[in-house]
Design a protein around this ligand. Structure first.
Ligand code: UT7
Length: 325
């Protein structure tokens, strides 16, 4: 078994829709500003009783069904998230329990919006080592739980969602390249200051609203464009391909202007770039697998096609990968 292949995907989003016009009533913003600066029209928001594991579980069930794999056949479950249900235990263990995947071991991995690409990379390594045959990878985030709905510069961007994929050892080509990068020097350009061991939640934190996302959007924007451009070029090269070989580019859905810049750099026609950020906003770790699952279910890609993934997020972390479906 030389290769690692995606054999099923699934996704889930909460029902409640928060539109740009809803946000106009909450902060000083406008549908026109949000649409022109980001491309986002609406996003999904989890209710107070829904945690990351709940939508991760729904996405996982759909991916397992698509792959015709039983939870009991899973060797490993890896969840990429920055909004776990708890500080501990891992959301992976909660999902394992919901699925009844008794044989598997489960863990979480934190890589911001690049979480899903990191799970793919790690799962590929485990399968290639011979230590596992079937791995469930999930990208999930409920960023609404750490979003400050009084901060117009961030609350218009994010939404909640989950996407999952089942990977297996295979004789046929699957993941053809996987490039990961991080640069921790800029960790404080996009982060949640409180709630961890540096600043536990207390009364002072609630006054400063440090339990919520802080982002220097403009700085993040510039690095995101450059990093996604270089990672995509490297991933295509590492796969031994040229940009024109790619059937569909499935990028992290952060901002239409970022996608447009990367698309132009790769010289892709518009129809080769999958976009659903208008419906969901930036769903962080869920963004790439949610987009992939929608692209597959809408028939935009099918078995044998070449898909390019790219992501960028807090850390900073970024990466790209070329996969034959
Ligand atoms: O998932 C990976 C991590 N995140 C990202 O990739 C996000 C990357 N950054 C972005 O997408 C963009 O930087 C934003 C969409 C967040 C902001 O767009 P921008 O073009 O970089 O705007 P800006 O931050 O430079 O702000 C321009 C103006 C400012 O007003 P002044 O100072 O020029 O008077 C802001 O106060 O727009 C103002 N502004 C808003 N106005 C209306 C900021 N947010 C809003 C808002 N509505 N929601």
């Amino acid at each position: 078994m030389k290769y690692v292949k995606i054999i099923g995907t699934g996704s889930s989003v909460p029902e409640a829709v928060l539109s740009n016009s809803d946000l106009e009533k909450m902060v000083d913003t406008s549908d026109e500003w949000i649409t022109s600066r980001t491309g986002i029209k609406e996003r999904r928001i989890a209710d107070k009783d829904t945690a990351s594991s709940d939508i991760a579980y729904e996405a996982a069930e759909k991916a397992l069904e698509a792959a015709s794999v039983n939870p009991s056949d899973l060797d490993v479950i890896i969840v990429g998230t920055i909004t776990p249900d708890f500080i501990f235990p891992s959301t992976g263990c909660v999902v394992q329990s919901l699925l009844g995947a008794k044989k598997a071991y489960a863990f979480d991995l934190m890589a911001g919006c690049s979480g899903f690409l990191y799970t793919l990379h790690v799962a590929q390594g485990i399968i290639k080592s011979g230590a596992a045959e079937k791995i469930l990878v999930i990208g999930v985030d409920t960023l609404s739980k750490v979003t400050d709905f009084e901060d117009r510069s961030t609350c218009i961007l994010f939404g909640d969602g989950a996407g999952a994929a089942v990977l297996t050892a295979s004789d046929e080509p699957g993941i053809l390249s996987s490039i990961l990068n991080s640069d921790g020097r800029d960790w404080d350009l996009l982060y949640v200051p409180a709630g961890g061991s540096r600043t536990p939640i207390g009364e002072e934190v609630l006054k400063t609203r440090d339990q919520y996302i802080k982002m220097k959007g403009n700085d993040v924007f510039k690095v995101a464009v450059k990093s996604m451009e270089s990672a995509t070029i490297n991933a295509i090269k590492e796969a031994g391909l040229a940009p024109e070989d790619i059937d569909l580019f499935v990028p992290h859905q952060a901002n239409q202007r970022i996608l447009e810049a990367v698309r132009k750099r790769l010289n892709f026609p518009e129809e080769k770039v999958f976009v659903n950020l208008d419906k969901y906003g930036n769903t962080s770790g869920a963004s790439v697998p949610l987009a992939l699952d929608e692209a597959i279910r809408q028939g935009k890609v099918k078995e044998g096609n070449l898909v390019l993934f790219a992501a960028f997020g807090a850390g900073f972390t970024w990466g790209a990968s070329v996969v034959r479906l």
